[in-house]
Each structure stands twice: as structure tokens, then as C-alpha cells.
Design a protein around this ligand. Structure first.
Ligand code: PMP
Length: 474
């Protein structure tokens, strides 16, 4: 039976308390109430929310917070509770969170094991310095190092992905005695001077000029001139080294799957070819795993592993703490030694509470088989999204791995014209039907589907039904 018909029939049998609040979607006249997809049941009711309402928070934000901070949706959501893959607004309305997994919550919002670890450590001690001994810090370092191949065994903790990338690039410079670093266009590496320099997204990021920073051709399998021929794009890195440097470089930094850049997995063959080139030029290979790491891609624990390379330095953050700020730089003992020339001190980097959270995240990923779930549910979702592509001409491309998926919208498949406005409409309609999804890409026309790793097959079906209807409404 066609899915929408089936849904209609099912919907009428669902008690009103279990239905989605229809008000937003129906009141906006966007959706026929009888075809609203049903969110999978979930046995949790948040406590009543008695705090300020959305309008009051918007007023305060516009008066007291930086005007540079924007929010999603015409009427921004006041999110007050979270449980696993779901969020709840000020009225207790439930949303499927198909985006927040990448930002923070690898294992699910307020995961009880992780909350418990944070509370226990907070009650015992939070001392933001590594100048004394505390087992929480060393235990997480040991557990994290065990997730890496080869000689990647030494961990430096930071507070964010930005700090991790800044430190990684500094280590590469100190270790090699060279200054030049190559990153890939359309990459995102952070918000401080060095990482903004490596972030080649000057269409919306501050274009901080960094000497010695070079941006290589993006091995973009959808829009790139060489399609999926990774080795051809890699030639550009050789040319940058030959014509733009002394012939030696400090390193190369890239994500295996560009996250903010629109969930673009680098073309196959690119990273191994670049690796050889960088090694010849004496540089270090830095893998930014801030988004793709921590089991998200399903097939591997780290994104780089799908490309058959072992980096010299790996950075991670975001999901590492399931909402608690922590970042890490992992490298080999030999490379790590260069920092002993000076002092690298980071007040909060590697504090007991954040490392207790990180350690609990690793345990939950293992205990709940979240990597396998990312593989199974992610592969199913990707296949079904490809089926949606056959139905909706506006879907130009479906890509990604595990629970890091991208759907690029175009108004013309031949010209690949970015559907920049259409995606905004679709996001609003999806939100009204109870699904929160992200967007990104150079043109801002790519859905980013990056839920917590506990996302189920039923969630995937609900997501697909909602996206199907939203795209039909454009
Ligand atoms: N690297 C990548 C790949 C990222 O996506 C981000 C954040 N979007 C960062 C680095 C920076 O991390 P943070 O925001 O924690 O500084």
C-alpha cells in the first residue's frame, strides 16, 4: 500500500494524545491533517515548563546577545527538554532531532549513563587543571587512544574543535619547522585565526588572512570537475607545493566527509594520493574528525579509516562529550614530544568532569552498539532517500555514510541550480510536522541529516514520510 494511504489509515487509529500537535502544520495551511505522518511512540513526558516563552527570549536575545547569532526557522523554537533522539518545546511538543547528533549528542539527549557520570564526577571534584593527578583524565585518554590505529596513542585535551585544530596545526608547524598548511576549499575547521584561515568558506565565514595557508581544489563528487576521480583533484595539492611553497610544508588538514560544507565525502582515492604528496614534502597529515568521528559513519569509528590512510594527527570534539564541551588532539609519541620544547597549558582542557563525560560516551557507544546502529539505520535511510530522489526532481544528490547523510536540492538537475529558497520552505514544513533537520553546503541547499546515533528505523521512516510531504509541498 502507498505509504501516505497507509499513514492516513494508521493516523485515525492513534489516540489524540499520541498524535503530533497538528496546530503548526495545519494552521499554516501547509498540510492536510489526515495525512500527517505519525511520530514513533516514545515513553517519556517532560515536566511542565514554566519558564519564559519564545517571544520573551527572542526579545532578550536581540537586546543582549550579539546580532551575529542567527536562529533557524521564522518562528524560532524554544527547546526546553531533550531525551535521546527527541526534543521538546515550551508546550511539550515533541520533535525528532535529525540534526543535533552532530552538534553534540552522539548517544542521545540526556543519556542517563552520561548524565550520571557527569553528576558523580561533579559531586566528587571539578578542578579545571591538569597540574595535579586525577584518574578521570587519564582513564579517558587511555580509552580514547585505544580507538585509534597505529601509533596514534597520545592525547591532548581541549575545549572545542577549534582549539583542537589550532593545536594540531601548531604541532605540525613546530614539528616540521615549516609554516605552510594546505586545506581543502569548502572545508570548515573552526573559529579562531588559524582554523578560520584553514576554513575555505569565505562566502560566509570571516575571511581571516593567514600567511602560508593554501586552499586546494575540493574533491567534490557532485559538483567537482573530475567527478569521483580523487587522484585527479590531488594533483592540485602537488601544484600548490611546487609553485606556492619552498617545496616543503607543515601539513595538510581535511575532513573525510565535509560536514558544514554539505556532507560531501571526499572523492575516493583523493586522501591516499594527497598523503603521499604531503609525506614527500615533509608534512604531517591532519584528519579533522570533529563531525565524522565517534562512530557516526557506521562503517568505521573514524571517517579517515574508510579512505585507507593513517593520519599523523587526528582532532575531534562535538559528539565526544555528548553535549559537554571537550575536544582532543591525538598523535604519535614522537610528534607529541615537540611540545615539550615549551609549555602547552589549557585551563579547562582535560578537566575531570568533561573527561568523565567523554569516557561515558565511549562506553555507551560500545554497550548500545551505536556504531552498528549507525551503519544499519544509516544505510537503510540512505537507500530510501535515493528512492525519494526518483520521485522528487528537486533532489539532485543523496550522499554520505552512516548517520551523516546529505540531500542536495536543485531546481534543475542538469544545471545543478541550488534550490536555496526551496530548502528553507521544506525545513519550515518539516519542523511543523515534527522533524528538525540541518542545512549546509556552499550554497546552503543541502539537508544535513545527522541525528543522535540511537536514531531508529522507525524514526527513519517517519523522517522519510515527512520529507516526502515537505518536498511535495514546494
Ligand atoms: N571542525 C569541523 C569539521 C567542524 O564541523 C567544526 C564545527 N562545526 C569545527 C571544527 C569547530 O568546532 P567547534 O565549534 O567545537 O570549535
Amino acid at each position: 500500500m502507498h505509504r501516505v494511504l497507509l499513514l492516513r489509515r494508521l493516523y485515525s487509529s492513534v489516540p489524540p494524545s499520541r498524535r503530533l500537535s497538528q496546530s503548526a502544520a495545519v494552521a499554516a495551511d501547509r498540510i492536510d491533517a489526515s495525512v500527517l505522518p505519525i511520530m514513533p511512540p516514545f515513553d517519556y513526558t517532560p515536566p511542565p515548563y514554566l519558564g519564559p516563552r519564545a517571544a520573551e527570549i527572542v526579545r532578550k536575545r536581540s537586546e543582549f546577545l550579539s546580532p551575529s547569532i542567527s536562529y533557524l526557522y521564522k518562528n524560532p523554537l524554544n527547546i526546553v527538554d531533550g531525551k535521546m533522539q527527541y526534543l521538546f518545546d515550551e508546550d511539550g511538543r515533541r520533535y525528532l532531532d535529525a540534526f543535533g547528533g552532530i552538534a553534540t549528542v552522539s548517544c542521545g539527549h540526556c543519556h542517563p549513563d552520561i548524565v550520571e557520570a557527569i553528576i558523580n564526577q561533579t559531586k566528587r571534584l571539578q578542578h579545571p587543571t591538569v597540574l595535579y593527578l586525577n584518574h578521570a583524565v587519564a582513564d579517558f585518554a587511555e580509552a580514547l587512544a585505544s580507538k585509534f590505529p597505529g601509533d596514534l596513542k597520545v592525547v591532548f585535551f581541549t575545549n572545542s574543535g577549534t582549539e583542537a585544530n589550532e593545536l594540531a596545526m601548531m604541532i605540525a608547524r613546530v614539528y616540521t619547522g615549516c609554516h605552510d598548511i594546505i586545506s581543502v576549499r569548502n572545508a570548515y575547521h573552526g573559529n579562531a585565526a588559524g582554523s578560520m584561515g584553514a576554513t575555505a568558506q569565505s562566502n560566509w565565514k570571516f575571511n581571516v588572512i593567514q600567511t602560508g595557508m593554501h586552499h586546494a581544489l575540493n574533491p567534490d563528487q557532485y559538483r567537482g570537475i573530475f567527478g569521483s576521480a580523487g587522484e585527479k583533484y590531488a594533483k592540485d595539492v602537488e601544484e600548490i607545493i611546487d609553485f606556492g611553497t619552498s617545496g616543503r610544508v607543515a601539513g595538510f588538514i581535511s575532513e573525510a566527509i565535509q560536514g558544514v560544507g554539505g556532507v560531501m565525502e571526499l572523492a575516493p582515492g583523493y586522501l591516499p594520493a594527497v598523503y603521499r604528496t604531503i609525506k614527500k614534502a615533509g608534512g604531517l597529515f591532519i584528519a579533522d574528525e570533529v563531525q565524522a568521528g565517534f562512530a557516526r559513519t557506521g562503517s568505521h569509528f573514524w571517517g579517515f579509516e574508510a579512505h585507507g590512510v593513517v593520519p599523523d594527527i587526528v582532532t575531534s570534539a562535538k559528539g565526544a562529550g555528548n553535549g559537554i564541551p571537550i575536544g582532543a588532539v591525538v598523535t604519535t609519541p614522537e610528534i607529541a614530544r615537540v611540545l615539550t620544547q615549551r609549555c602547552y597549558f589549557n585551563t579547562f582542557g582535560g578537566n575531570p568532569v568533561c573527561t568523565a563525560a567523554g569516557h561515558a560516551v565511549l562506553k555507551v557507544i560500545e554497550k548500545e552498539n551505536l556504531q552498528e546502529n549507525a551503519l544499519v539505520v544509516g544505510s537503510y535511510l540512505k537507500d530510501q532517500l535515493k528512492a525519494l530522489q526518483d520521485k522528487h526532481d528537486i533532489i539532485g544528490d543523496v550522499r554520505g555514510r552512516g548517520l551523516m547523510l546529505g540531500v542536495e536540492l536543485v531546481t534543475d538537475r542538469q544545471q545543478k541550480t541550488p534550490a536555496k529558497t526551496e530548502i528553507l520552505h521544506a525545513m519550515e514544513t518539516m519542523k511543523d510536522m515534527g522533524v528538525l533537520v540541518g542545512k549546509g553546503g556552499f550554497y546552503g541547499n543541502v539537508f544535513r541529516i545527522t541525528p543522535p546515533l540511537c536514531f531508529s528505523k522507525e524514526d527513519a521512516d517517519f523522517f522519510l514520510d515527512v520529507m516526502d510531504i515537505a518536498l511535495s509541498k514546494i
